[in-house]
Design a protein around this ligand. Sequence first.
Ligand code: AMP
Ligand code: ZN
Length: 482
Amino acid sequence: MKLYDSLRRKACRFEPIDPPRVTVYGCGPTVYDFAHIGNFRTFLVYDLLHRRLRQRGLDVQFVVNFTDVDDKTIEGAAAAGRLLDDHTAPFVDAFHKDAGTLGFLPFSDHPRATDFIPAMVAFVERLVASGNAYLAADGSVYYDVSSFGGYGRLSGKGGDDTAGRSRIDADEYEKGDARDFALWKARQPRDELAGAVWDSPWGPGRPGWHLECSVMVGELLGDTIDIHLGGEDLLFPHHENEIAQSEVATGQPFVRFWLHVKHLKVDDRKMSKSLGNFHTLRELLDEGYDPAAIRWVLLSAHYRAELNFTKEGLDEATAAIQRLLDFRQRVTDFAAAADTETGLAARAGEQLGAFGEALDSDLNVPRALAALWGLVRDVNAALDRAPGGIGPDDRTSILSALSAMDDVLGVLDLAAEAREVGAEEEDRIRKLVEARERARGERDFATADRLRDQLAAEGVVLEDTPAGTRWKRVHAAPASAR
Ligand code: AMP
Ligand code: ZN
């Protein structure tokens, strides 16, 4: 498998240090609000990698944290007059629910930063003792960037870079060097209001954001991990600072592969509340969009390529998924004849191989999807000219190739679930379908058409066959949603 490492700036062959175990850390959500679909683009890339590593037989330890103490969470809690934990808990719950809705494999661990405060204090003590951190007059502790020769290797923003300087916080005038960053922040009145204050050898305060990830990585996965992920905005200064802290504290290389996901655009622009193109998953679901279609759209581009989210794209994804469900059904229902030889089993194996190779080329989803559609096209063409049926091996091979592809894409079962109809609902729909058939039998076409339209509005599509009318739920987005 090859993955693009942001540090070496090229795609490199990936082998875990200690196979079959593979250790992965992804920077998780800051729980001051609901995650938006941009966040979910990044988290879905985590899920894609998780699924592919697992499919390759690796024992994946995948940790994604909750940043539940930082400037934004404290500001939100203080403004709402709530304690930090009370403010963040609903957003943690919402994340778990949204991840389930989008079909994420459960990550191995979801630590909250606030559960690791003693380990964070101990980590800072080590950096102070080794002379890599210093105490400022106000009781904050800063990392001394000049003490680490490797600073700037990841981002190329080392020495006197002005991008670094522009980020100096007005509060941080105590710093010795503009690039230095807070490991421990002395208590502020706002922290007190939110109950975000812990004891330390330097007085009451709270951890800095960069420190949190370094400590959770070390505590849960070890000194050197295989893969670290995040959105592209985290490369600098967050990940640069994580390297600086961890490599000095452990004396070991911190991360073997750095992966960064390009930011999602919406309607060709940066997503922002003021532009009105800011979407949370919940809003899209309320508008009637299918979670599987949202998953499909957010995964469909290569993770380092631009992806522009539009509602038209969601409608196309809904249609693509329906094509796949119909395909699966067609193959399942197609007559099997024991002595038929179509060569489809071999073709399915080839396309599955191409699918896997594409994913192993730095998670190239567009190429993997081309293999998937190649399979659909070839099999459909063969079924069109196989009046005698296909062999049972062919059928099994096609369905298992499709299922293996979907083990990574994670859309088909999710979509089928969303289209499932309970017994009562099924009964009601069947009665409407029968009423329409009766109306047609009586040549009352106005009633028949009205019933068909009523069903279509609910996402139920009818197909008249010689054996009677069949129906299926397609869950197209309601027109009112656009
Ligand atoms: P946050 O909750 O702001 O800490 O972000 C959580 C994750 O989402 C981080 O890895 C961010 O880099 C990522 N992220 C934020 N905005 C976007 C976006 N528009 N597109 C893709 N990823 C994003
Ligand atoms: Zn992080």
